[in-house]
Design a protein around this ligand. Sequence first.
Ligand code: GCO
Ligand code: MG
Length: 411
Amino acid sequence: MSLHITEVRVIVTCPGRNYVFVKVMTSEPGLYGVGDATLNGRELAVASALREHVAPLLVGRDPDRIEDTWQLLFRGTYWRGGPVLQTALAGVDLALWDIKGKRAGMPLHSLLGGKTRECALAYTHAAGRDFKEVEDQVRRAMERGFRAVRTQVAVPGSIGTYGTGGAGEAASAAWPSPDGEAMPFVEAGWDSSRYLRTVPRLFEHLRNTLGDEVELLHDVHERLSPIEACRLASDLEPYRLFFLEDPLRPEHSDSFRVLRRSSTTPIAMGELFTSKYECLPLITDQLIDYIRCDLGHIGGLTEARKIAAIADPFQVRTAWHGPGDIGPPTHAANVHLDCAIPNFGIQEMTFFSAAVNEVCPGAPTYRDGALWPSDAPGLGVDIDEEAAVRFPYKRGYLPIVRKADGSLHDW
Ligand code: GCO
Ligand code: MG
């Protein structure tokens, strides 16, 4: 029998935070592919979709037929799409690309058309309780070579504001807390007006103290109404952000028209999208400047390269999602794609802990403010199954946000 898939292993592990890794085994001894199917806070839903529904469909199939397998898993369910199924699909997709690269003896950037650039401009995160603390963090990042930094500051009265460290941040990573407590962290006392007053002052401070050279970014995390987002984007204009991220919820993509008319602050959107279809109007109507889907939640490289190709003629560049809650295989895929496409913009990045690198070695290398792709065949990432077993899954939730009156707000 010709080359075929023999087994799909689903590896759930918690080397500090939860990951779902996929290992697609083939009939050729020693030939397998690795993928990442981590969906922060809902990991076991994806693991179960893979084990119970996806894996049985794959055994016996030719691993070379990536597009056909993608179509089978996307169209063949009838109840298609959504974060759980698209994350499961991404895990398989990356593993199949990894196998193809290994068979060809080529790194993925080579298979995807070859390098258009040597490395991918990367941004890291800086955050603090006050402006000075954020400034110091940006300086530290610049000392490490970063030329672009995402900055978040605590909003007075909002306990554990998104992205600003402390208890809220640990919980925002859906890390299980040390005592095993698994209930969501509550960010209490959110007040959008206060946020809208605080953030422009942060950027005024940063430009005054750091100058104009460093690229600054900010993540709204989908917390604003259309008119609030207009206010923020126009108030931030003097500080020339690289981009303002996720100002609105994905359900409100029509509201980007309003936002676009009110300011020249570049807009990035997309980490909550699960397919190219949601990207379409934002791209074709040029309502955003950066599309930042998560390769791990849109069905992998197969979908991402199509999104990049759609975006290119509309002058929309890429900024694929790259937080710590997606694993090294997705980060590696990001950077292979970044280095192959013409319309790359910037890459969000994470420094993985020693434990994550032990379980899943091969994350892209950081140097001089950029990420460098591996030249090993395939993704360049592996999974140590024995190490993974030593870090068993621990339930963890993403935080929730409540306003001062106790009612729920978007996180
Ligand atoms: C980002 C994201 C993340 C998300 C996280 C949720 O831009 O990096 O907003 O930090 O909060 O991926 O699981
Ligand atoms: Mg974000």
